[in-house]
Write a protein that binds this ligand. Structure first.
Ligand code: NAD
Length: 253
């Protein structure tokens, strides 16, 4: 008997779960039986997303937090543990995708993007791991990076690609440090997904070799959610420190 892929009785926290890819991940995990906590900086949209999951017959809650802000993350995780118990899974999905050419690069933009995309997952992974280690039951972390880490880039991704490379480093280091606590840490690389954040991204036109179309078409947020569901499942207990691309065949094009 395996433990299966179901998540009944388990709490899964999705950062940036109020929009786009995070919304698709939240739906898929809720459909697998998890109580999904939407952890987002936008409380109004987090409430709506959690309401929608409950209206569809699933279990859901929300917490307002800014992943880039240490006090906010510490407070948010304490609130989640108090309200829902020790979480089983953390999906580090919240991220900024704005572009800026290296020649125009500013430290302010570096700090802003790295704050959300790199410091954020560092802080949330730390608080999640502290809660899980205190609870003693093991768990799952999935980090959402980008195909910007592998293969072709588009113009304006110097800071963005750097932030996702930092997330890969965090994945490898936390997989090592948490393996003895039964916590797996893996990283998913989405290809192009037409989300509110991707469409509204600011900066120079996203031109360059990374613009070529994926042979199977664009991914949906739920396509990314399917990969995450596998990695957070109880049966994926022997899989850690791995990279899984979900890119509609972009890597073979
Ligand atoms: N859309 C794509 O094509 C694509 C491709 C590869 C990787 N990604 C990655 O997927 C993730 C989600 O992207 P998306 O396209 O769904 O974006 P999105 O902008 O549609 O959604 C991001 C969510 O994160 C929340 N958020 C932003 N800053 C936050 C903060 N400081 N604290 C907490 N929540 C915050 C937003 O409120 C929003 O709900 C990002 O990490 C992005 O880099 C996206």
């Amino acid at each position: 008997m395996t433990e299966g892929f179901g998540l009944a009785g388990r709490v899964a926290l999705v950062t940036g779960g109020a929009s786009g890819i995070g919304g698709g991940i939240a739906e898929i995990l809720a459909e697998a039986g998890a109580l999904v906590v939407i952890a987002d900086i936008d409380e109004g949209r987090a409430v709506k997303a959690a309401d929608a999951l409950r209206a569809a017959g699933h279990q859901a809650g929300h917490v307002q937090l800014d992943v880039a802000d240490e006090a906010s993350v510490v407070r948010g995780f304490a609130a989640v543990v108090a309200a829902f118990g020790t979480p089983w899974a953390l999906v580090n999905n919240a991220g900024l995708q704005d572009r800026q050419l290296l020649l125009d690069g500013t430290v302010a933009e570096w700090e802003r993007v790295m704050g959300v995309n790199a410091r954020g997952p560092f802080l949330t992974s730390r608080e999640f791991a502290r809660a899980v280690v205190a609870g003693g039951g093991g768990g799952r972390i999935v980090n959402i990076a980008s195909m910007a880490l592998q293969g072709a880039l588009t113009q304006g991704h110097a800071i963005y690609a750097s932030s996702k490379a930092a997330l890969l480093g965090l994945t490898r280091a936390s997989a090592l440090e948490l393996v003895g606590h039964g916590i797996t840490v893996n990283i998913v690389l989405p290809g192009g997904v037409a989300t509110p954040g991707a469409i509204a991204a600011q900066g120079p036109a996203a031109e360059g070799p990374g613009r070529r179309p994926p042979p199977m078409g664009m991914c949906t947020p739920r396509d990314i959610g399917v990969a995450v569901r596998f990695l957070v499942s109880p049966d994926a207990k022997m899989i850690t420190n791995q990279t899984l691309a979900v890119d509609g065949g972009w890597s073979v094009s």
